[in-house]
Design a protein around this ligand. Structure first.
Ligand SMILES: [Zn+2]
Length: 120
């Protein structure tokens, strides 16, 4: 029995660059451009932007959640800034009062007197 291998010989070649730097001569996998050793089995990256949808971060809901978190952080920062501002005002009023008392008591110079407070 003699095998007819003309079809095998005519099969498209892989052509990937091997370690010797020459093209791979193995037949490409059916319907693919590379042999089994050079990625012919790998279906490749998902079509379109499926990959970016994996965690949901880039869906409408994910974007809305991110925006909501940002708004919450902003509100938190605004509240913190407000509290710091009030604390600053209270401390500065006390410092001014102390300075006035020191002035009234005849203390001279700035040394040892309460300074203006800056918290933010
Ligand atoms: Zn190959």
């Amino acid at each position: 029995m003699i095998l007819d291998i003309t079809a095998m010989r005519a099969a498209p070649r892989c052509g990937a660059k091997n370690r010797a730097g020459t093209p791979c001569r193995a037949p490409a996998m059916r319907g693919r451009r590379r042999c089994r050793l050079h990625g012919g089995k790998n279906p490749g990256a998902p079509r379109g932007h499926k990959r970016s949808l994996k965690t949901g971060a880039h869906t409408d809901a994910g974007r809305a959640a991110t925006a909501a978190e940002a708004a919450a952080r902003e509100a938190q920062q605004a509240a913190l800034d407000h509290v710091l501002g009030v604390a600053e005002d209270v401390l500065n009023a006390a410092a001014a009062e102390q300075r006035a008392a020191d002035r009234a008591a005849g203390k001279r110079g700035k040394r040892g007197q309460p300074r203006k407070v800056k918290l933010k």
